[in-house]
Ligand binder design. Structure first.
Ligand code: E4P
Length: 286
């Protein structure tokens, strides 16, 4: 297989899975994790099933152990580690977590949600040389806000548009990836598109065609890709979606991030679900 230009990350929370994918592909460029994926980690599941619910400190320590095991398995796209947040978590609190998590491994990217508080935390982070991945992005406007908020970053920031969750509500989620790529082609390249919530081989192939800089993909889909002998989209490839198309918007990337309307119901719901999955692993007193 010729190694694709687009970086491939494993979307998961189990180092064994990352190893398996690496054996299959010969490489893994990076990894993304999130609170739901960490709650599904086999060791954490075992602990919870045996009745040992974790304190929030223990949960952080387990998360740290997981990313420390994954870190040496992957390449320079790094390991994305997500801060814990719910609707009440402020920027300072997210930033404090991000600062700690960034010390866990040498190739960390800190994931903040694409909300006003998350973007404030990202701004603080990039000013201190902390690499960021802005997650739960569902619109071109949110991506424009990420671009504005991360100006001056030493290393490229990532923005993660969530394809599958837009498909789930009857939209063509891949349009958001396409639109952001088009918008960023007029920018200075300091934000890279990391296509996320990839649910099918067709999503993956279209990401290659759109030349997303990175895609994070569940092991299951990467295994399907390998089993088909690593197909790449040719000139005939046409991505088909039954979802409603999302039109491109002309946006001025040089505005301050606060100028963009970043409200998205799916971002709010995503935070709620991550918080619930995280809390389900904790003891009540934690
Ligand atoms: C990765 O950064 C995301 O957390 C992940 O791709 C979400 O995927 P899902 O919508 O399938 O949960």
């Amino acid at each position: 297989m010729t190694r694709p230009k687009m970086k491939l990350l494993v979307d998961g929370g189990d180092p064994q899975e990352t190893r398996r994918v690496k054996d299959l592909l010969g490489f893994v460029d990076g990894q993304t994790t999130n609170p739901s994926l960490i709650a599904k980690n086999p060791h954490i599941r075992e602990l919870v099933a045996s009745g040992h619910k974790l304190s929030s400190r223990e949960e952080m320590d387990e998360y740290k152990k997981i990313v420390k095991t994954i870190s040496p398995l992957v390449g320079d796209a790094g390991v994305s580690i997500e801060v814990f947040s719910d609707e009440k978590t402020g920027a300072q609190e997210m930033f404090a977590q991000g600062k700690e998590m960034f010390t866990w491994i040498s190739n960390a990217y800190i994931k903040y949600p694409c909300t006003a508080e998350g973007l404030r935390a990202a701004q603080m982070s990039v000013s201190q040389g902390i690499r960021v991945n802005i997650t739960l992005c569902f619109s071109q406007r949110q991506a424009a806000a990420v671009y504005a908020a991360t100006q001056g970053t030493k290393e490229p920031a990532y923005v993660s548009p969530f394809v599958g969750r837009l498909d789930d509500i009857g939209q063509n989620g891949m349009d958001v990836v396409k639109n952001i790529k088009r918008m960023f082609s007029k920018g200075d390249g300091h934000v890279l598109v990391l296509a996320a919530s990839i649910r099918s081989l067709e999503h993956l192939l279209y990401c290659f065609q759109l030349e997303a800089e990175l895609a994070t993909v569940p092991a299951k889909i990467l295994e399907q890709w390998a089993n088909k002998n690593f197909p790449m989209p040719d000139n005939q490839f046409q991505y088909k979606s039954s979802g409603k198309s999302i039109p491109y918007e002309e946006l001025d990337l040089n505005q301050p991030w606060e100028a963009f309307d970043i409200q998205q119901e799916l971002t709010r719901k995503g935070i709620e679900k991550f918080a619930a999955d995280y809390r389900a692993t904790l003891s009540r007193s934690a």
